[in-house]
Design a protein around this ligand. Sequence first.
Ligand code: TXA
Ligand code: MG
Length: 331
Amino acid sequence: MTGRFMTERIEPSPAGIAQAAALLRAGGLVAFGTETVYGLGADATSARAVARIFEAKQRPRFNPLICHYRNAEAAFAHVESNEAARRLASAFWPGPLTLVLKRRQNCPVALLTGAGLPTLGVRVPAHPVALELIRAAERPIAAPSANRSGEVSPTMADHVLRSLSGRIAAVLDSGPCKVGLESTVVDLTGPHAVLLRPGGTTEEAISAITGPVQRATLAPSQAVEQDYRSPGLLASHYAPRLPVRLDVDHVGPNEALLAFGAPLSGAAITFNLSRERDLTAAAARLFAGLHWLDAEGTRLGLAAIAAMPIPDRDLGAAIYDRLQRAAAPRS
Ligand code: TXA
Ligand code: MG
């Protein structure tokens, strides 16, 4: 995939911002500076565009991405706010704070952006160029840090180019990041605020508003993964109601088929991730496919979801990882 793009460095002039916004609207990847670190941006409402983020970063699994908004009102139109959220937003937005809240019913953000979770991490960045870019794109922008998986987060456009040149359309160069540390991530979906990731907004400043903040503890298996510090994610990840059978080479009439490539015949219902065996397209359709097969399969009284094999390369590894989680025994 390297060398697929001539990654362009774009100046943060009005014309440059308009150009970057047009690339985003067309489904391209544009890295941009925020006050914390450079983000690797894509149209959050397009699963196809968001799949390209995981592809470019070579993320081994689908971690939920933060959705960036131009202001609190736009964010709270997509997630359900509560009093703590509104107070934290008015105290710290724009700024290095991400709030995890429940998606609204009509939320247009792609399921892949939140890795299939019923929640979404939302944030309003405190950087004039980032805010102008989001405004010009006229949609929320999904953005993890703009580095390949496992590398340190970039705080200058040069860092981004060193890591991702040839893999993304452009970097909007707005100079060095002031904070240099990622946003603090707080889960506000329960009765208490839970700190999922310490960051640019201090715990003391947050608890002064919300009262005592719970610290999420790390499961050892998660702690080894640098880039995956939000705990409780695995447990709360979307698990289908129907059991999942992996790597199937046959399918029964009481099963729902998750196909890849030419579909096996004999299933009650089928959702094809990609008939052309395109892994980026498959990644974009994965969570929607699981949700649909589970709902329809349950309605029809089917016994299981049967998943065809996925190649263990590129985004296939992340797709397979997610399927294994869906197939794991329930506690
Ligand atoms: O400062 C930042 O937050 C930067 C800039 C670009 O905004 N972004 C960033 O993204 O650091 P990323 O993908 O590297 O980290 C996002 C963190 C992860 O720990 C992820 O698990 C957590 O936020 N997160 C996002 N959505 C979540 C959700 N729905 N539930 C729980 N955790 C979530
Ligand atoms: Mg990161």
